[in-house]
Write a protein that binds this ligand. Structure first.
Ligand code: ASP
Length: 325
C-alpha cells in the first residue's frame, strides 16, 4: 500500500488578516482542521479517494462558514441554487449537478449520478427529482439560508441598482457560527482532491456559485474539466474563483493536460493556469491539485484561500492568507 494525500479548499477571495476578526480566523482554521482530519482518518484506514472526497465535502457543505450547502450565497431572486461535481481518476467516471435546491449534500448527489445513472450532468428540476428518487436527504430551502449571506446579496443588489427580493425569515441555527461567516467577496466554494493508498486520485467541488448570480447561472464548479477533473494518468484538480473565466480556460483539465502532455511538475502546472492563463483574462481564482505520483500543489492569485493539506508522511497544514506557509 502506498502513500496517501489530501488537499482541500474552502474558496479563494478577499481573505486578509485585517478583514478577519480573531474569532473568525479561529473558526475557519478549526473548520478546515476538522475537515482535513476527517479525511486523513479515512485515507489512513484504507478509504478510496472518491469516498474521502465525498465525505470531506459533506463536512464542508454542512458548515455555514463556506459557500456550499448550508451557508451558500443567494441568487439575485433570493434563492439558493447549488452546483457540485465529482470525478474518479481511476475510471474517468464523473457526476455533476447544477441548480439544485433541496439536496442537503449536492456532492453526494453528484456521486449518485456518477454511479447510478447513464448521465454525467443533470440540472435544476431534473437534478432535484433524481435526488428525491435516489433517497438522498432533502431539506427545506431555509436549511441553506444564513442572514450573513442574505445581507451580502442585499448589499450587492443595491449597489447594482437591482430589485431586492422579499425579505426571508431566518431560523436561528444553534451552533452560533452565523456571526463568524466572513464575506470573502464573491468566492467561497469548497473542494477536495485525494490520492488513496491504492494509487487512485479523485476530485470534487461544491458551490453556491457567486453572490447575486442570475437565476439559472451555472459556474465552473459542476463543469467537468473546468471546476473539477481527475485522471490517474496525471492528477486531480478542484478550482475556486471566477467561474466564467475558469470555464473559458478549462482550468482543471488544463492542469492535467500540462502534467500529462508537457510533463510539467504539478506546482508549475497550477501556477501556469492561475498566474498566466487566468490572470491574462483579468480574473481571480485558486486551484488545489494532487498528482497520482504523490505531488501536491496549490496556487491562487487572490489575497488568500482557505486551504489545508495532509499526507501519510506529513502532518496536517492549514492556511488562510497568502503568506501562511
Ligand atoms: N467558482 C465558483 C463559481 O463561479 C465560485 C467560487 O469559487 O466560490 O460558481
Amino acid at each position: 500500500m502506498g502513500r496517501w494525500a489530501l488537499v482541500i479548499h474552502g474558496g479563494a477571495g478577499l481573505i486578509q488578516r485585517r478583514w478577519l476578526r480573531p474569532e473568525q480566523e479561529r473558526a475557519y482554521r478549526a473548520a478546515l482542521t476538522h475537515a482535513i482530519e476527517a479525511g486523513a482518518d479515512l485515507l489512513s484506514t484504507g478509504a478510496t479517494a472518491v469516498d474521502c472526497v465525498e465525505a470531506v465535502i459533506c463536512v464542508l457543505e454542512d458548515d455555514p462558514l463556506f459557500n456550499a450547502g448550508r451557508g451558500a450565497v443567494f441568487t439575485a431572486t433570493g434563492n439558493i441554487e447549488l452546483d457540485a461535481s465529482i470525478m474518479d481518476g481511476r475510471t474517468l467516471s464523473a457526476g455533476a449537478v447544477a441548480g439544485v435546491t433541496r439536496t442537503r449534500h449536492p456532492i453526494s448527489l453528484a456521486r449518485r449520478l456518477m454511479e447510478e445513472s447513464l448521465h454525467v450532468m443533470l440540472s435544476s428540476h431534473g437534478a432535484d427529482a433524481f435526488s428525491a428518487q435516489s433517497g438522498l436527504e432533502q431539506v427545506a430551502p431555509a436549511w441553506f439560508h444564513t442572514n450573513t449571506r442574505w445581507q451580502s446579496v442585499v448589499a450587492w443588489l443595491a449597489r447594482q441598482g437591482l430589485p431586492i427580493p422579499q425579505p426571508r425569515v431566518f431560523a436561528e441555527h444553534s451552533d452560533g457560527l452565523e456571526s463568524l461567516i466572513h464575506d470573502e467577496s464573491k468566492f467561497g466554494t469548497v473542494g477536495a482532491v485525494a490520492l488513496d493508498r491504492f494509487g487512485n486520485v479523485a476530485a470534487g467541488t461544491s458551490s453556491g456559485g457567486t453572490n447575486g448570480k442570475r437565476s439559472g447561472r451555472i459556474g465552473d464548479s459542476p463543469i467537468i474539466g473546468a471546476g473539477t477533473y481527475a485522471s490517474n494518468a496525471s492528477c486531480a484538480v478542484s478550482a475556486t474563483g471566477s467561474g466564467e473565466h475558469l470555464i473559458r480556460v478549462a482550468a482543471a483539465h488544463e492542469v492535467c493536460a500540462l502534467v500529462e502532455h508537457k510533463q510539467l511538475r504539478l506546482q508549475a502546472a497550477v501556477d501556469e493556469v492561475i498566474q498566466r492563463r487566468l490572470a491574462v483574462l483579468g480574473a481571480q481564482g485558486g486551484l488545489i491539485a494532487i498528482a497520482a505520483d504523490g505531488q501536491i500543489a496549490w496556487c491562487f492569485n487572490t489575497s488568500g484561500m482557505y486551504r489545508a493539506r495532509v499526507a501519510s508522511d506529513h502532518a496536517a497544514q492549514v492556511g488562510l492568507y497568502g503568506d501562511d506557509t
